[in-house]
Design a protein around this ligand. Structure first.
Ligand SMILES: *Cc1c(COP(=O)(O)O)cnc(C)c1O
Length: 240
């Protein structure tokens, strides 16, 4: 991964991402704009400085130790989310440091988060393994409600919506069904769960597939490589 990434270069690529999002919104007739989260797991500290200079405000980390290390350097410069697999024993480190955990994937983790949550509770997304790939974390679609029940019973863990990781494919059209299914899960559960949870958030789409995810209703897209890579992956993406 290139360490060379000027704020100007990142700003240019970010502009391209925003333009691609605008076109995806137009194609799908949506008006609400998704937030762009920058996944910083590949970023060196100097690249994170450049992100800030380029106007990025929301970042996501995958590992508790990296989150702690980067927050020591950049603390208040960003809003921080946690997007990686979260081990229960790391929950107490992560909860006080982030405004949203995208990757809640077991009842036991919900219970641990409830124990570690501050008075006002903590915000999470349930990660759903829509594609059913063995290598992916996340609950199966059929298990989602068990987690919602555990969260509601805890009184401390607020589920704001859902997150998914699509399989890596050459053509993002091949994973459109993954994003569409996550939206369908959300829409199906939204009515009956409204008294407890708003369930409005859909965290889906990464560098190679975010325009398709936006067309299918993403409210949070998580991009990493496309802002720092030199290989032209930050190209204009027109969808199909
Ligand atoms: C790394 C990562 C991303 C960003 O992936 P890119 O391909 O670099 O855009 C998004 N979400 C999660 C959970 C990640 O780990």
């Amino acid at each position: 991964m290139s360490v060379r990434a000027s704020a100007a270069g990142i700003r240019e690529r970010l502009k391209l991402v925003q333009e691609n999002i605008s076109r995806a919104l137009e194609r799908s007739g949506r008006r609400d704009r998704p937030r762009v989260l920058v996944a910083t797991k590949y970023y060196e500290p100097e690249q994170i400085s450049a992100l800030r200079e380029a106007g990025v405000r929301l970042v996501g980390e995958n590992r508790a130790q990296d989150l702690i290390r980067k927050q020591e350097l950049f603390g208040d410069a960003f809003e921080w989310h946690f997007i990686g697999h979260l081990q229960r024993r790391k929950a107490k480190l992560v909860v006080p440091r982030v405004s949203l955990i995208h990757s809640v994937d077991s009842v036991r983790l919900v219970e641990e988060l409830a124990r570690r949550a501050p008075e006002g509770g903590t915000d999470v997304l349930v990660q759903v393994n829509v594609s059913g790939e063995e290598s992916k974390y996340g609950v199966s679609p059929g298990e989602v409600e068990r987690l919602l029940e555990a969260a509601a019973a805890s009184g401390k863990v607020r589920v704001r919506g859902f997150m998914t990781l699509a399989p890596l494919v050459e053509d993002p059209e091949d994973v459109r069904y993954v994003f569409a299914q996550l939206r369908e899960i959300r829409d199906r559960l939204r009515g009956s769960w409204r008294p407890h949870f708003d369930l409005s958030e859909l965290s889906m789409g990464m560098s190679n597939d975010y325009p398709v995810a936006v067309e299918e209703g993403a409210t949070l897209v998580r991009v990493g490589r496309t802002l720092i890579e030199e290989d032209g992956s930050a190209r204009r993406q027109d969808g199909s």
